[in-house]
Design a protein around this ligand. Structure first.
Ligand SMILES: NC(=O)NCCC[C@H](N)C(=O)O
Length: 408
C-alpha cells in the first residue's frame, strides 16, 4: 500500500493520533507556558475526550494509528533506538557525565518503557533512582523533582511535527524548543517502523536537518489540484516555505504553493487555527482574520516564480489554484467578542473525514450551527481538557491516507 494525502477533505482512511498520557502530569502553573499550554489539565478526562475523538473517526471507517505504539515498535529496531538515544541523551542535552549513564540505562529498557519515558520525560529523582550519577554538574544543580528530560506535552498535536503532502511526508523542524525533540521521534518512525520503512515515498523535509528553516504542519494545507496553502506564521518561516516548495516542485507533484502572510501571535499560531477546508471549494474562516496578502510560488525552469498578491485577492488566488471562479467562505455571523472566543477554542480548526463532513469541538456552538446551516455535517467531540493546549481536531490529527476527492 502507499500513502497519499492529496486534499484536506478526501475520505480519510488512516490518521496518526497521540492519546495524551503521563507527560501531561508534568504540567504545572510554573512550566505550562514554556511547555506551550495555557493551563494544567485533568488527564483522565482528557483521555476520555481523546478516546471519543478516536471513536468518532473509527466509526467513520478511519484507521487510527497511535503515535505511542508506532514509537514503541520503532524502538525495537536497534538502529532506530541508537538514533533516538543519540539525539536525546547527549553531552549537549545532559552534559557528558549524565549522558553516558543515561544512554546506557535507556539502551537496556524494553521498547515500550523507553517510548513512554521519551514522551513523559524524567525528573532527576526518577533517573537517579535507576542509575545514580555522582559526577554530573548538570544533575547536581537540579532539585529532585526538576525535569532533566522535558515531557513532550505537544505530541498531542500530531499534525504539526509531520505532515503528508501529496505522496510524501514533511518531517518538520519545529520553532519552539519544547517541540524540537518530537521531530527525533518522527524521524525514527518514518525511517525504521516497518509500516513506513517497507514503502517508498519522498521525504520533503528530513526534520532536524532543516534547522532554522522551520515549517509546522498546522500551517500546511493540501488544498488539492496540485496546490498547497502554507501559512507564514509565528511558527513557519519564509525560508522553510521556500525550501518545502522547491522540494515539492522538483518532484513534479505540486504545481503551486500559496504562502499566506499571517500575523505572528499565539492565538493564531498556525494557519489551521483560523481557516480550514470543509468541502469542495469551501473553507471555514475566522471573522476577524480579514483578507491577507498572499504570494504564489510556481516552478519556473530550475527555479521558481514568485508573485505577490494584494490582501483583497486572497480568496480569488486560492479559488484559481483550485480551478474555481470563487471560494465559498463560511464565516460565522457573530460579534468579534464571540468570534475571538470561538477562535481561541479552535472553532475553525476542523478535521474533514470526507467532503462536507467535519469533526469539531462541541463547545463552538455558533460555528457548528453555522456550518450545519450551510450543509456541512458536523461531528462534535468534547474538548474542555484537550483544548487547554490550544489545538483542535485538525491539530490533533496527522492524515496519512485520504481518498482522492471524487470529480463533481
Ligand atoms: N496546528 C495547530 O495549531 N496546533 C496546535 C499546537 C498547540 C501547541 N500547544 C503549540 O503551541 O505548538
Amino acid at each position: 500500500m502507499s500513502f497519499s494525502v492529496d486534499s484536506e477533505i478526501g475520505r480519510l482512511r488512516q490518521v496518526i493520533l497521540h492519546r495524551p498520557g503521563r507527560e501531561m502530569l508534568r504540567l504545572t502553573p510554573q512550566n505550562k507556558d514554556s511547555l506551550l499550554f495555557d493551563d494544567v489539565l485533568w488527564l483522565e478526562r482528557a483521555q476520555q475526550e481523546h478516546d471519543q475523538l478516536a471513536r468518532t473517526l473509527t466509526d467513520r471507517g478511519v484507521e487510527v494509528l497511535y503515535l505511542g505504539d508506532l514509537l514503541a515498535q520503532t524502538l525495537e529496531v536497534a538502529e532506530a533506538r541508537d538514533f533516538v538515544l543519540a539525539n536525546t541523551f547527549n553531552e549537549n542535552t545532559c552534559g557528558p557525565r549524565a549522558a553516558e549513564a543515561l544512554h546506557g540505562l535507556m539502551q537496556g529498557l524494553p521498547a515500550a518503557e523507553l517510548a513512554e519515558i521519551l514522551v513523559a520525560g524524567a525528573t532527576r529523582r526518577e533517573l537517579q533512582e535507576r542509575v545514580p550519577v555522582a559526577d554530573s554538574l548538570v544533575l547536581s544543580l537540579l532539585e529532585d523533582d526538576d525535569l532533566l528530560l522535558a515531557p513532550l506535552t505537544n505530541h498531542l498535536f500530531t499534525r504539526d511535527t509531520s505532515c503528508w503532502v501529496y505522496g510524501g511526508v514533511s518531517i518538520n523542524s519545529m520553532t519552539k524548543q519544547a517541540r524540537r525533540r518530537e521531530t527525533v521521534n518522527y524521524q525514527a518512525i518514518y525511517r525504521w517502523h516497518p509500516f513506513f520503512a517497507d514503502q517508498e515515498f519522498p521525504v520533503w523535509s528530513e526534520g532536524l536537518a532543516a534547522g532554522p528553516a522551520t515549517v509546522e504542519g498546522g500551517d500546511v494545507e493540501v488544498i488539492g489540484n496540485g496546490a498547497v496553502l502554507v501559512g507564514v506564521s509565528e511558527r513557519t518561516c519564509p525560508q522553510g516555505v521556500e525550501r518545502l516548495a522547491s522540494r515539492l516542485f522538483t518532484s513534479g507533484e505540486v504545481s503551486q504553493v500559496i504562502a499566506v502572510e499571517m500575523s505572528r501571535n499565539r492565538a493564531q499560531m498556525h494557519l489551521d487555527t483560523v481557516m480550514t477546508m470543509v468541502d469542495v471549494g469551501t473553507f471555514v474562516k475566522y471573522a476577524d482574520l480579514g483578507m491577507l496578502p498572499t504570494v504564489t510560488l510556481r516552478p519556473d525552469g530550475a527555479g521558481m516564480s514568485v508573485t505577490r498578491h494584494a490582501p483583497e485577492d486572497m480568496h480569488r488566488v486560492i479559488a484559481q489554484a483550485l480551478g474555481l471562479d470563487d471560494l465559498k467562505v463560511l464565516t460565522t455571523p457573530q460579534d468579534s467578542l464571540a468570534a475571538a472566543r470561538e477562535q481561541w477554542d479552535d472553532g475553525c480548526n476542523t478535521l474533514a473525514v470526507s467532503p462536507g463532513v467535519v469533526v469539531t469541538y462541541e463547545r463552538n456552538v455558533a460555528t457548528n450551527d453555522y456550518l450545519a446551516s450551510n450543509g456541512i455535517e458536523v461531528l462534535p467531540v468534547p474538548g474542555s481538557e484537550l483544548g487547554r493546549g490550544r489545538g483542535g481536531p485538525h491539530c490533533m490529527s496527522c492524515p496519512v491516507l485520504r481518498d482522492p476527492v471524487p470529480a463533481l
